[in-house]
Write a new protein. Structure first.
Length: 301
């Protein structure tokens, strides 16, 4: 193989001058100079490294100028040592790292039967226009802060239509994901009740129930708005709640009904009064959660 010096000797004088100027420009670059100094490169190592130094400067310019032909989007070129001479590698930018963190947070918020925009609820989206809402907002923040201090109950938030119950639960889910890396499943219970009945035909009822009951953190949204059935109450909901109670898994609820009203809802049956069965379910809900009343007007209008 022909040496670099031999190759340059064959070049026209003007070309050799241009190459000398290029080398001087490369060596004058602060990052290249710092790299040479930091790694104590010998003249031979510097000579071997020139192609990589040149590549680095070209790629760095493309990166900084955000050129369309820069293929390593989100990655910044840096100089590294590789078997005795310089090489170019690519590191994630701070912006890419932050974007991935934000996406990881969103991925840990699992929505079933609910709008995707709930993954993006933040403090700015919470209307703190009345004392009751501020009180519950502060309660949630205190809850988040002390989550890992010891076992805690979930919350049962009830209030009128459109008062913002789901928004507050989405805010809680996003904060728990960001602060603790927790995964939260927000499940619209009326939609789930229809889906689980349809799952009978596919033989996947147990699979659907297992997925929900084992969620790290579970929010049963709009419970009490579903069409009540003994099978849904006893063979689905109670199985989910029993498992979560035994495993001490955080469980939250939102509803238009207070706990007393939800118990009356569960007691309704085509076969007559089923108050005892309703009490069994409510015993588990009250064990898992603390009841809070969210007041206010319908914010959907």
């Amino acid at each position: 193989m022909e040496k670099i010096g031999e190759t340059l000797a064959k070049q026209p004088h003007s070309n050799r001058v241009n190459l000398d100027e290029l080398r001087q420009a490369i060596l004058a670059d602060r990052e290249v100079a710092d790299f040479i100094s930091t790694h104590h490169l010998t003249q031979e190592q510097i000579k071997l490294s020139f192609p990589k130094f040149n590549q680095f400067l070209i790629e760095r310019a493309r990166f900084r100028n955000q050129d369309a032909d820069y293929i390593a989007k989100g990655y910044e070129p840096v100089l590294t040592m590789n078997e005795g001479y310089a090489d170019v590698t690519y590191l994630e930018t701070r912006e890419l790292v932050e974007a991935k963190k934000r996406q990881d947070i969103k991925n840990r918020v699992i929505l079933i039967g609910l709008p995707s925009n709930l993954k993006y609820i933040s403090t700015d989206d919470i209307d703190l226009g009345d004392p009751n809402r501020i009180e519950i907002y502060n309660y949630l923040n205190s809850y988040i802060k002390h989550l890992e201090d010891g076992p805690q109950k979930g919350l049962y938030i009830f209030g009128s239509f459109g008062v913002g119950k789901s928004y507050l639960m989405a805010y809680l889910a996003n904060r728990l994901s960001a602060k603790y890396g927790k995964s939260t499943t927000l499940l619209h219970f009326p939609t789930f009740s229809v889906d689980i009945k349809n799952a009978i035909n596919t033989g996947k009822v147990k699979e659907e129930i297992d997925q929900i009951k084992q969620a790290e953190i579970l929010v049963l949204d709009d419970i009490g708005a579903e069409q009540q059935s003994s099978w849904l109450r006893d063979d689905v909901l109670q199985v989910i709640l029993q498992y979560r109670m035994q495993e001490n898994l955080l469980t939250f609820f939102t509803s238009n009904l207070d706990m007393k009203g939800l118990e009356e809802h569960f007691a309704l049956s085509r076969s007559g009064d089923e108050s005892w069965q309703a009490k069994r379910v409510m015993e588990r809900i009250s064990y898992l959660s603390k009841e809070i009343h969210l007041q206010g007007g319908n914010r959907r209008h």
